[in-house]
Design a protein around this ligand. Structure first.
Ligand code: HEM
Length: 402
């Protein structure tokens, strides 16, 4: 039976990848949520879901909403992907399950905990440095400086060339959207970046004892060969840097613009972890991901045919008033669990414990030393088709008296 698009589906002209939308996504998010549980986006001929209930349900129904046809706008069954697909993000069971078991074996809670001491050393040194400076750019000199040091250290990537990590992530996340100007700009001069990444995925370039080498060690247990292990290392290098950098940058922005909330974290630095969870809900670093329907599916009276692209607005779900009380209020004491900023279901972020550890350690160290954070100039957004974060965030910090 072939399904047709029912005429009663709400239709929107919004372009979620336009500069206007990306600059201030919250009003259009509201518009999409209010338009209905599922909305047709005319411009791209795709569907969108922006309410928490439907986004959460789609993420937890991979049999209907698959990832192997790509989690971006491109449909891999019709278009050639710009790089070999990820064995995790762009895969369905049973292939996905094998890769997932390998990587969760490597990123076990015990292994992630073992990184804490090294992370704390770096965080302490970085916090002392910025407190000495007093005024600094909280993106470059803080949110970016930390993950681009501790994460490749943990994976076992050599020092030389690490600046490629941010450029690569920026392009990969742009590539989930259309080939617009934002994407084209980030893809300029990427040949060398991609070459460097491919080399860093090879066993011989990864330090013994690092997470990358561990992937090669675990892979054969799940019938995965060295080529597949290399692709799993690529997953870490693609998804593990820009996401965390934006999360930390967004955190400092939220604290600088909500001084009472920073005061609460400063008064009790053990709140750092929960506060970061609220940041991921409130200013979600990953805004959207696509799925593709495997069959005709009815969503609240609207039939989506098979093979359709569906854009899931994680960030809009995270501020849906149907699910959250006062969703537009940044509140570090809120129980933010249940947000979909790290996804949900079988593809839920495999690095979330590591991201939380980075945030806990860095924000905790800052909270112990700094009483107040204030803006010291205009923050500048870094536009990306998938990520929300800042290019620059001038701040001034006031150290707590000893
Ligand atoms: C604040 C930081 C982070 C955020 C907001 C974030 C967000 C997400 C989201 C929303 C997904 C779900 C994708 C989907 O459903 O299609 C995801 C998956 C993933 N993340 Fe993260 N992430 C972060 C940090 C990290 C880190 C540090 C790593 C690496 C250690 C990582 C590795 C991955 C991988 C490999 C997947 C794919 C998992 C799968 O498909 O099974 N992420 N992440």
């Amino acid at each position: 039976m072939s399904a047709t698009i029912t005429s009663d589906a709400p239709v929107s002209r919004l372009d979620p990848f336009s500069e206007r939308f990306l600059n201030d996504p919250y009003p259009p998010h509201r518009e999409l949520r209010d338009a209905g549980p599922v909305v047709r986006l005319e411009r791209y001929g795709i569907w969108a879901m922006a309410r928490h209930e439907q986004v959460h349900a789609a993420l937890n129904d991979p049999e209907t909403f698959r990832s192997a046809a790509g989690v971006g706008l491109a449909d891999f069954t019709k278009e050639k992907p710009f790089r070999p697909p990820s064995l995790l993000l762009e895969a369905d069971p049973p292939e996905h399950s094998r890769a997932r078991r390998t990587i969760t074996g490597v990123l076990s809670p015990k292994r992630v905990r073992s990184l804490r001491e090294a992370f704390e050393r770096e965080a302490h040194a970085l916090v002392e440095r910025v407190v000495d400076q007093g005024r600094f750019d909280a993106v470059d000199e803080f949110a970016e400086a930390f993950p681009t040091k501790v994460f490749p250290d943990a994976v076992g990537v050599p020092d030389k060339g690490r600046e490629n990590l941010m450029a690569y992530g920026n392009m990969v996340f742009n590539a989930f959207g259309p080939q617009n100007e934002i994407f084209r700009e980030s893809a300029k001069g990427q040949d060398e970046v991609r070459e460097w990444i491919a080399e860093m995925c090879l066993r011989e370039n990864l330090r013994d004892g690092g997470l990358g080498a561990d992937i090669y060690e675990h892979a054969p247990r799940h019938e995965m060969g060295p080529d597949e292990a290399a692709l799993l290392v690529r997953s870490l290098l693609s998804a593990g840097v820009d996401t965390t950098v934006h999360g930390l940058g967004n955190a400092i922005y939220c604290f600088a613009t909500h001084p009472d909330q920073w005061a609460a974290v400063h008064a009790d630095p053990s709140r750092a972890r929960a506060a970061f969870e609220e940041v991921v809900r409130f200013e979600s670093p990953v805004q959207t991901f696509f799925r593709t329907t495997t069959r005709a599916v009815e969503v609240e009276g609207v039939t989506l045919p098979e093979g359709e692209k569906v854009l899931l607005f994680l960030a809009a779900a995270n501020r849906d008033p149907r699910h959250w009380e006062e969703p537009d209020r940044f509140d570090v004491e809120r129980r933010a669990s249940g947000h979909v900023g790290f996804g949900s279901g079988i593809h839920a972020c495999v690095g979330q414990m590591l991201a939380r550890l980075e945030a806990d350690v860095l924000i905790g160290a800052l909270a112990r030393r700094v009483e107040a954070i204030e803006l010291d100039g205009e923050p500048e957004l870094k536009l990306n088709n998938t990520l929300r974060g800042l290019a620059s965030l001038p701040v001034r910090v006031h150290p707590a008296s000893a």
